[in-house]
Design a protein around this ligand. Structure first.
Ligand code: PEP
Length: 249
């Protein structure tokens, strides 16, 4: 049975004190069968990991570089993450694609490197508004996957979580309708099935991301191919994040 997951992407929010405060509050929430993850700033991953060492919340990285070491100022490698006990990283978030020029070529290197390093990845993808308006969203998503994760071998898939995040819904307050989310998730699962078979495609958790909030989480998560959410803004507000976790339980 595939995992239900709610992952909070804190992006470039929360200084050290705010990180500690929010984690202390998170420690008090009830977590049952859903896997909960948070991705604080890389500066505070170790602090977060230490604070949560006895708790059912996994601390994950927002990003990783594609090379293991060397002259890459400001970057972080899988070995560095693993050395502080972090074993999962986001890759391909739309903000990395848009503001840091991460194209499919770079992302392929990143996913290969992370998987070869024994890490789990949450691979993000999704179309822009213009793609959806011109009815190219399936084509775009297919090519984003074909150029990256669908190039990996079948053994890699036990370490891959996918996150469909239509760019027009991220941080905009606009959400894909439950029907739009379900049809894309089903499409993605079919793409995986065509490459690797049903056994693998049925086991992959596919999260939805894009303005998920307490008021829409239930509807979105109740779709059969939506296995949880990647949450931005609402992950910074304890009560909202808690409600979203409950909606996926
Ligand atoms: C995200 O950044 O992955 C995200 C989904 O953000 P938000 O929930 O704020 O739209």
């Amino acid at each position: 049975m595939r995992k239900k997951i709610v992952a909070g992407n804190w992006k470039m929010n929360n200084d050290l004190n705010q990180t500690i405060l929010l984690i202390e509050k998170l420690k008090k929430i009830e977590i049952n069968e859903v896997s909960v993850m948070i991705a604080p700033s890389s500066l505070f991953l170790k602090t977060a990991k230490d604070l949560l060492h006895d708790f059912k919340i996994e601390v994950v990285s927002q990003n990783v570089h594609q090379e293991n070491k060397g002259a890459y100022t400001g970057e972080v490698s899988c070995d560095m993450l693993k050395s502080i006990g972090i074993s999962t990283t986001l890759i391909g978030h739309s903000e990395r694609r848009a503001y840091f020029n991460e194209d499919d070529q770079v992302l392929l290197k990143k996913v290969k490197y992370a998987i070869d390093s024994g890490m789990k990845i949450i691979f993000c993808f999704g179309e822009q508004l213009i793609d959806r308006k011109s009815n190219k969203h399936f084509e775009i998503v297919k090519s984003q996957l074909e150029n990256t994760v669908l190039k990996l071998d079948s053994e890699s898939w036990s370490n891959i979580i996918l996150a469909y995040e239509p760019v027009w819904a991220i941080g905009t307050g606009e959400t894909a309708s439950p029907e739009q989310a379900q049809e894309m998730h089903e499409f993605v699962r079919n793409c995986i099935s065509n490459c690797y078979g049903d056994l693998i495609s049925e086991e992959v958790s596919i999260l939805y991301g894009g303005s998920v909030k307490p008021s829409n989480a239930n509807e979105i998560f109740s779709n059969k191919d939506v296995d949880g959410g990647l949450i931005g803004g609402a992950a910074l507000v304890l009560s909202d994040f808690n409600e979203i976790i409950k909606a996926n339980s």
